[in-house]
Write a protein that binds this ligand. Structure first.
Ligand SMILES: [Zn+2]
Length: 140
């Protein structure tokens, strides 16, 4: 991905992070999902008094895109931190890794923003040997 698109994606994740609804954990997360047509779908974590009803930023972004009929993605950027202050990388939780695997190939780039820049990991590095009912390439 070119540097301009990388910056656009990471900036969109930061923008989304500032919309997080996290009155319980105060841990704000933003995600920006780049689709195959170059559009960006944003998501933030949305907590709930009934804790399991909380949805993460990554699944929030995927839900927005898939609900609009978009299922082909090129990359995702994720940022997060206490009260929206970005420090270390914020990696997706196990459920979000599984949901990403439903729509994204094993080599899908996951941009993880941190205070000094970003790190890029392939989805297969975050969830090796992923469970899938669809035919995909072997992840090992
Ligand atoms: Zn998650």
């Amino acid at each position: 991905m070119d540097k301009t698109t990388e910056k656009r994606l990471l900036d969109a994740a930061i923008e989304a992070m500032h919309r997080a609804y996290a009155p319980y954990s105060h841990f704000h997360v933003g995600a920006a999902l780049l689709d195959a047509d170059g559009r960006i779908w944003q998501g933030c974590n949305i907590e709930n008094a009934s804790y399991p009803a909380t949805i993460c930023a990554e699944r929030s972004a995927i839900s927005a895109a898939v609900s609009a009929g978009v299922r082909k993605f090129s990359a995702i950027a994720i940022v997060g931190g206490p009260n929206g202050e970005i420090g270390d990388i914020c990696t997706p939780c196990g459920i979000c890794r599984q949901v990403l695997c439903e729509f994204c190939p094993p080599d899908f780039p996951v941009y993880l923003g941190h205070s000094q820049g970003h790190t890029v990991l392939a989805l297969r590095e975050l969830l090796p040997y992923a469970f899938s009912l669809l035919e995909t390439e072997v992840t090992s």
